[in-house]
Design a protein around this ligand. Structure first.
Ligand code: ADE
Length: 243
């Protein structure tokens, strides 16, 4: 999967790309990440990358020409590297809310150019002309698009085949089947008098699977009943529960 990032703070992405699952995927070249900094396109003495909003008010917007230049170079490079036309994504609270289905769609979408905004945002005409999709990571406001961009990239990248080892396969993920995850336990068997549920020590794999599904269903019902609306169990789940 090829991902281009447009950001004024590319160093922030070290947190994503230099360790953990995504770091390993970059190392194994399952994921290619390249960066464009609008500041590199600034030509004035101060290398400015912000501009005042028409109509006044507090805060600045990203300067249009440096931003567009960076997006266009990223777009061109995506095409050169993959032969495909990338989807250009802008992160903002006004976008489509990211969920696991969205992450699956992004992971399968082909090359992405992810634009992280700063200041109060970007000119609406740039959204209209240069951006294909606007995505939000939730109903709260962050100080910039870098963290949201990393969230989106992480959520999509771990679904790219070969990124997760068998060990932590995405099949087992919470939300993979639209339910919350079941509880997990590791050693020791007793903590503060609380025992690991017997079934997990039983070695009975069918019983363990059934217990985990029941836990997932129960937790989802208790904590996020909205996720169950309009849902039915798939045949494998029905079979398991009827066993
Ligand atoms: N930029 C600032 N807040 C954001 C959010 N919640 N989602 C996506 N981008 C953002």
């Amino acid at each position: 999967m090829w991902i281009g990032v447009v950001s004024l703070f590319p160093e922030m992405f070290d947190a994503l790309t230099q360790q953990g699952v995504v770091g390993r995927a970059v190392e194994k070249q399952r994921i290619s990440l390249e960066f464009w900094n609008p500041r590199d396109y600034a030509t004035d003495r101060h290398r400015s990358v912000d501009d005042r909003p028409y109509g006044g008010g507090p805060g600045m917007l990203m300067k249009v020409d440096t931003l567009r230049h960076a997006i266009r170079d990223a777009r061109e490079r995506a095409h050169q590297a993959t032969g495909l036309v990338p989807t250009v994504i802008y992160l903002s609270p006004q976008g489509r809310k990211l969920d696991q289905k969205g992450a699956q769609a992004l992971a399968a979408a082909g090359p992405l150019v992810v634009v992280a905004g700063r200041y109060e945002g970007i000119d609406e005409r740039v959204v209209e002309s240069d951006i294909d999709e606007e995505w939000s990571i939730g109903d709260y406001v962050l100080s910039g698009g870098e963290l949201p961009a990393m969230v989106l990239i992480d959520a999509a990248a771990r679904l790219v085949p070969g990124v997760l080892g068998h060990q932590d396969s995405a099949i087992e993920d919470s939300f993979n089947d639209g339910l919350l995850d079941c509880p997990h336990y590791t050693r020791p068997e007793v903590i503060d008098g609380k025992r690991v549920p017997d079934v997990l020590l039983s070695g009975n794999h069918a019983a363990i699977k059934r217990w985990r599904l029941k836990q997932s269903l129960g937790r989802t019902w208790q904590r996020r009943p909205d996720l169950l609306k309009g849902r039915t169990l798939d045949t494998e789940q029905q079979r398991l529960l009827n066993e």
